[in-house]
Design a protein around this ligand. Structure first.
Ligand code: GRF
Length: 219
């Protein structure tokens, strides 16, 4: 029985699409069973409908804990993934899904994270700092923004002349690889062993290697 996964998204949903594509096959270790958004017009909901996945819209502030827990129970959800979801998860939901809720963040936490650090702002802050390496983080969700235990990270080089949009696009490419790999590994073996499997599961992605070497040369 594949692991039943719910994805929460507030926007475009390209990370959701990467998950839908990765777990489309019936024999996949995970199944995207529900997509929830706090924005009725979110592109993520359209992607879910096109894939025949159940959808639900919750209040814009996302603070109805009982309603959210009821939705997740109704669909037999075992793992929750936050993919571009911009609202804080109520503490009661975090507690009910402790160790079973993941978030993807477009920077190498603990840097460039926290309240207000989302979307373009993250990449603008990375560029303003002069950092030469940024990346992606997938972490367990706790009661604080972008704070829970880090499960996996992947480096992405910052290139001379990068704009925030160019950097965001390069980081998003890495997100689309890392997030499905983490969810797949989680579905196969759960959170605890996941950390040791992380490096094995991902393997150096050829397309990222040259970039990384690039960044080292420039630094
Ligand atoms: C991604 O960069 C994600 O890391 C961040 O918000 C963006 C959402 O992109 N939290 P999408 O909606 O998945 O395309």
């Amino acid at each position: 029985m594949p692991l039943q996964v719910a994805v929460l998204a507030s926007g475009h949903g390209s990370n959701l699409q990467a998950l839908l594509d990765a777990f489309r096959e019936p024999a996949a270790p995970a199944r995207i069973a529900l997509v929830i958004s706090n924005k009725a017009g979110a592109g993520a909901l359209d992607r879910a409908r096109r894939s025949g996945v159940a959808t639900a819209t919750i209040a814009e502030d996302g603070q109805d804990a009982a309603g959210l827990l009821a939705l997740l129970a109704q669909h037999g959800i075992a793992l929750v993934v936050l993919a571009g979801y911009l609202k804080k998860i109520p503490n009661a939901v975090v507690a009910a899904f402790r160790g079973r809720m993941l978030n993807v963040h477009p920077a190498l936490l603990p840097s460039f994270g926290g309240a207000g650090m989302y979307g373009r702002r993250v990449h603008e802050a990375v560029l303003a700092s002069g950092a030469r390496i940024t990346g992606v983080t997938v972490h367990l969700v706790d009661e604080q923004y972008d704070h829970g235990r880090i499960l996996a990270q992947w480096p992405v080089p910052v290139r001379p002349g990068d704009t925030a949009d160019a950097l965001a696009a390069r980081v998003l490419e890495a997100e689309h690889r890392l997030l499905p790999a983490v969810v797949g590994a989680f579905a196969r073996c759960g959170a605890e062993p996941l950390c040791s499997l992380a490096a094995e599961a991902f393997g150096p992605a050829p397309s990222l290697q040259p970039d990384f070497a690039d960044a080292l040369t420039i630094a």
